[in-house]
Design a protein around this ligand. Structure first.
Ligand code: NAP
Length: 263
């Protein structure tokens, strides 16, 4: 396994959770890391602790397309090249009433799907300047292995991202560019803190970051973890009828009564 070191890596969603843990570990391994998110204060604290091996590019990924040029200039002021970009920024909202609120779906897709596209739009000119094999890494979710109740918006955004990444892998087959899809199970972060349901095999952000970095170093195109969760979910993804009959009734929060009352 090649250790990931001496690289220039840009990480979005780096102010907390998995992105933050990845940034800190990769920095400790001897990489130069550019960290992005909206929370400038958190980013600055990380930069101060990293003693010159990290810098911040504050960025809200809901930025309008016509503002992206400004961020491309800022990124190019920080580095001449990128060896890797890790798209970690994400948000989660649940569909509890089957209200199909377009604004909620837009908020989720804006960060989880279009946020990745915007990140790559900014990163590609610098990835092309890498003298190594440049790599794109994106955080999907095991929720795209099998459709979860309540996850119409979040799971669909991650399924869209998964299709996009695999399509990119197919297009990059003759290029030096490599792409890795990461599908974590449950990780204890700000995102999952308010979850009021059982989260099997919940792990720390640092443990998740260690698995992701090891998978990237091995050159994996897909990193699913933990296996104890990914294998059963893949099974139910194939036999979706069983999932719908056995698991969905225990997880959904919509009853026939509630459905009538809320519409
Ligand atoms: N935690 C899990 O169980 C789990 C499971 C599967 C997949 N994932 C995925 O892993 C990734 C990281 O999630 P996490 O659990 O580490 O969550 P987290 O701690 O909530 O981190 C989310 C990150 O995204 C950033 N972000 C949110 N909205 C943004 C926006 N509009 N523009 C730019 N940055 C934005 C946040 O920073 P600011 O608020 O400072 O902008 C934060 O740094 C996400 O893509 C998530 O979907 C997580």
């Amino acid at each position: 396994m090649d250790e990931i070191k001496d690289r220039c890596i840009w990480i979005t969603g780096a102010s907390s959770g998995i992105g933050r843990a990845l940034a800190q570990r990769l920095c400790e391994q001897g990489n130069f890391v550019i960290v992005s998110a909206r929370d400038q204060h958190r980013l600055q604290q990380m930069v101060l602790a990293a003693a010159g091996r990290m810098c911040a590019l504050p960025l809200d990924l809901t930025v309008a397309d016509d503002q992206l040029g400004l961020y491309r200039t800022r990124l190019q002021e920080l580095t001449d090249y990128l060896d890797m970009v890790i798209c970690c920024a994400g948000v989660c909202e649940y569909e509890d009433q089957l209200a199909f609120d377009p604004a909620m779906y837009r908020r989720v897709f804006e960060v989880n799907f279009l946020g990745v596209i915007k990140t790559l739009h900014l990163a590609v000119p610098l990835l092309k300047k890498s003298v190594r094999e440049p790599r794109v890494v994106a955080l999907g979710s095991l929720s795209s292995a099998v459709p979860f109740p309540r996850a119409e918006a979040y799971g669909a955004s991650k399924a869209a991202l998964e299709y996009f990444l695999k399509s990119l892998q197919a297009d990059a087959v003759k290029l030096p560019l490599r792409a890795t899809l990461v599908r974590p199970g449950f990780v204890a972060t700000d995102m999952t803190r308010s979850n009021d349901f059982a989260m099997p095999f919940l792990m720390s952000a640092d443990a998740a970051a260690a698995i992701i970095i090891a998978g990237i170093a091995r050159g994996r195109t897909q990193i699913d973890f933990p296996r104890r969760l990914s294998w059963p979910l893949r099974f139910f993804g194939i036999f979706f009828g069983l999932w719908r009959r056995w698991v969905a009734p225990k997880v959904t929060r919509i009853s026939a009564d509630a459905w009538i009352k809320t519409h």
